[in-house]
Design a protein around this ligand. Structure first.
Ligand SMILES: Nc1ncnc2c1ncn2[C@@H]1O[C@H](COP(=O)(O)OP(=O)(O)OP(=O)(O)O)[C@@H](O)[C@H]1O
Ligand SMILES: [Mg+2]
Length: 351
């Protein structure tokens, strides 16, 4: 189903879906060599992100969230390779673009924020130096123009005295402030798309909430799109318009955030909801984890990817044939035989 047909309302900000998606990923397949064969870390994943929209990529460790994001900018680490699919960004096919063009896109039109700000920030240089450097790399402007933009973006991410903050070294800042600087670096060149890969994962709960709120506010003020990667599905209503649930490199459920959270169709989504760290206090109970683990790369059995852990498995069907998509509501779809057969909503299936 195309994002064009979807009702994207119900998420944070209730962004209207524009005519053309900013990002359109189709049938993406990324492989790593395993035991003399090619094993898919991402298999047949398709999604769209509209201008100004936030799509959350959700799944446990090893579900293919980071590799999907890296593939968008052709940054899959060796010996991995993009084996199939297309990535259209703002009308341009990125997987076929020359490397020189990709260098301009990365950090310019598409920016990334990672879990660990130390991986982005250089401890040797001041915040101002690093911002000016990024801006001049992409904008080829004067130093004075770059400094003005650096101070402006520091103000946008919430520093009350940008001129003073320009002089700070990363080591002088707390984890939360460092992550704000990483966001300033990502936004410095006015990207159209910001990919946040577990950008709030290692922060204290209150700081995490502040960073999520900052991203949500900046997205609505500045109009960029976000791909928000998280293993915590409970964070998604605070920032995302839509969710794509990944399991073992496969998309298993997609839809508007409120619809997926209130009426999940896939048993894996239900498991993620039960195990979501940020929903634990609402439940007031210890976190149940989903029994079992994501199969190692290259060891996915036939049938539905989740079959080996599924509490509602239909023997002879789910362990034999991979399910296709079933419509579950406006813009909401589920890849599950059980859902297709019974239409049963997942909340009753687990726990
Ligand atoms: N450099 C690599 N070499 C070989 N396999 C890799 C490499 N990077 C990732 N993989 C494999 O690709 C699959 C998807 O990994 P990915 O890092 O995308 O997961 P993820 O969903 O981002 O997990 P996490 O929540 O832990 O960040 C995993 O099976 C992983 O082992
Ligand atoms: Mg990851």
């Amino acid at each position: 189903m195309s994002a064009l047909e979807q009702d994207a309302g119900g998420g944070a900000g209730g962004t209207a879906v524009a005519a053309r998606p900013l990002l359109k990923v189709e049938d993406l397949r990324v492989e790593f060599p395993r035991g003399g064969r090619a094993a898919a870390a991402v298999d047949g994943v398709s999604f769209e992100v509209a201008p100004g929209e936030c799509l959350a990529l959700v799944g446990e460790s090893g579900s293919g969230k980071s590799i999907t994001c890296q593939a968008l900018m052709r940054l899959v680490p060796e010996p991995g390779r993009i084996a199939a699919g297309s990535v259209e960004f703002d009308g341009e096919q990125l997987l076929e673009a020359p490397e020189s063009r990709l260098r301009r896109v990365r950090g310019g039109e598409i920016a990334m924020v990672f879990q660990d700000p130390s991986s982005t920030l250089n401890p040797v240089f001041t915040v101002g130096h690093q911002l000016v450097d990024v801006i001049r790399t992409h904008w080829k402007c004067s130093k004075a123009r770059a400094r003005a933009r650096a101070e402006e973006v520091l103000g946008q991410v919430g520093f009350p005295d940008p001129a003073a903050r320009m002089k700070s070294y990363p080591g002088e800042l707390s984890g939360g402030l460092k992550q704000r600087i990483s966001i300033a670096l990502a936004l410095a060149c006015e990207p159209k798309l910001v990919i946040c890969d577990e950008a709030t994962t290692n922060l204290d709960v209150s700081i995490q909430a502040q960073i999520v709120e900052l991203l949500r506010r900046l997205k609505s003020e500045l109009g960029f799109s976000i791909v928000f990667v998280t293993h915590d599905i409970g964070l998604t209503p605070h920032i995302a318009d839509r969710i794509l649930v990944l399991y073992a490199g496969h998309a298993v459920e997609e839809g508007p955030v409120r619809e997926v959270l209130d009426r999940p169709g896939h048993p894996y989504t239900v498991g993620l909801l039960h195990a979501a760290p940020s929903l634990a206090s609402e439940r007031g109970v210890a976190l149940p984890t989903i029994p079992g683990s994501v199969p190692p790369l290259g060891q996915l059995p036939p049938g539905a990817p989740f079959a080996t852990r599924c509490p509602v498995l239909v023997a002879g069907l789910c362990d034999a044939t991979e399910p296709g998509w079933t419509a579950a509501g406006p813009g909401h779809r589920v890849a599950c035989h059980r859902f297709e057969r019974d239409g049963t909503r997942g909340t009753r299936w687990v726990g």
